[in-house]
Design a protein. Structure first.
Length: 318
């Protein structure tokens, strides 16, 4: 990933002056829940990528306008904000990001922001970081990084929603009870989802999942699964031949019949390994973003998590 401390950063620093008085076009990914509410009375919220967007929409409801920075169908790990994104943040009330190493550009961007009233929310704050070696009880990732995908544990998704709720209440205390009611509704829904995962996965004898991208540590840790990543936390990296051979041998030895890949990343490596062992490939979605088709179908955190659960159940029963 490029560091924003570069000629681009210098350009960004002077851009607000150059664009003073200009109209900024609206972001492409925007949700307004109540069309009858005057837009100027709503909180202007920007989110870093999809889970933060979805959680903000759910908690904010009709009192917020939520703009998502990472476009639909874009893998977020190596995405960087544009100059227009920076200017939009200057005019926002709240900026929500995951943290835990997911958005490496955030601090550089915040260092350029002159809007001292901007409320920033690191949604993963207070959630225990999961080291590579702890992810799923058997992960063999090399690199010593931490897994940022905390939202794949529904109970940690609840904690992220709580951080968002608190920020909305701080910025808009008049509607604090409204945000609290929305939050309490999703506390119940997330508890149901957590129980569904426990009830479905705990009886299964097979706990091994081979995944293209080491994104499922929090999910595996929560539900007793063993994540074997083909590659590490970088979604678009590729394994060397020795790693490919290790994965193929492991799959043969443990009679694994499904290799998982993600929609936002090329399935090429997963398909090569699946062909080598006579397995099939399936999508396991880390919810880093939705494509246009999923958005049009009304998919959200809950529908994708339940689809993941159905996919895991079928694969682990094979």
């Amino acid at each position: 990933m490029k560091n924003l401390k570069s000629p681009l950063l210098a350009f960004i620093l002077v851009l607000p002056v150059l664009l003073a008085g200009c109209q900024v076009p609206p972001a492409a990914n925007t949700a307004v829940s109540d069309k009858n509410t005057a837009a100027e009375s709503l909180l202007s919220v920007y989110t870093s990528f999809y889970p933060m967007y979805d959680f903000a929409v759910k908690i904010g409801g009709g009192q917020v306008i939520v703009n998502n920075l990472v476009p639909a169908g874009t893998e977020p790990h190596d995405w960087e904000p544009t100059a227009t994104d920076i200017v939009n943040l200057e005019n926002a009330d709240i900026f929500i990001y995951n943290g835990a190493g997911m958005e490496n550009w955030v601090q550089d961007v915040l260092d350029t922001i002159e809007n001292k009233d901007l409320i920033t929310v690191e949604a993963s704050q207070g959630i225990p970081l999961l080291a590579d070696s702890e992810a799923g009880g058997g992960t063999t990732e090399r690199g010593g990084l931490y897994d940022p995908h905390v939202w794949l544990n529904p109970l940690y998704a609840q904690k992220e929603m709580e951080q968002i709720k608190q920020a909305f209440s701080l910025a808009d205390p008049e509607h604090q009870a409204y945000y609290e009611a929305n939050y309490e509704h999703y506390v119940t829904e997330l508890a149901k989802l957590d129980q569904e995962y426990k009830d479905t996965l705990s009886p299964l004898a097979n706990k091994d999942i081979i995944v293209a991208h080491q994104a499922f540590g929090y999910l595996c840790s929560a539900y007793g699964l063993n994540q074997i990543p083909i590659e590490g936390l970088s979604a678009d990296s590729e394994p060397d031949p020795a790693r490919m051979a290790d994965i193929i041998n492991y799959a043969h030895e443990h009679q694994i019949k499904v290799i998982f890949f993600e929609e936002l990343v090329s399935p090429k490596v997963a398909e090569i390994i699946a062909a080598a062992i006579g397995a099939k490939t399936e999508v396991l979605n880390p919810l880093e973003g939705l494509n246009d088709e999923q958005k049009a179908a009304g998919a959200d955190y809950f529908s994708v998590m339940r689809q993941n659960l159905a996919t895991l159940k079928e694969a682990l029963q094979t």
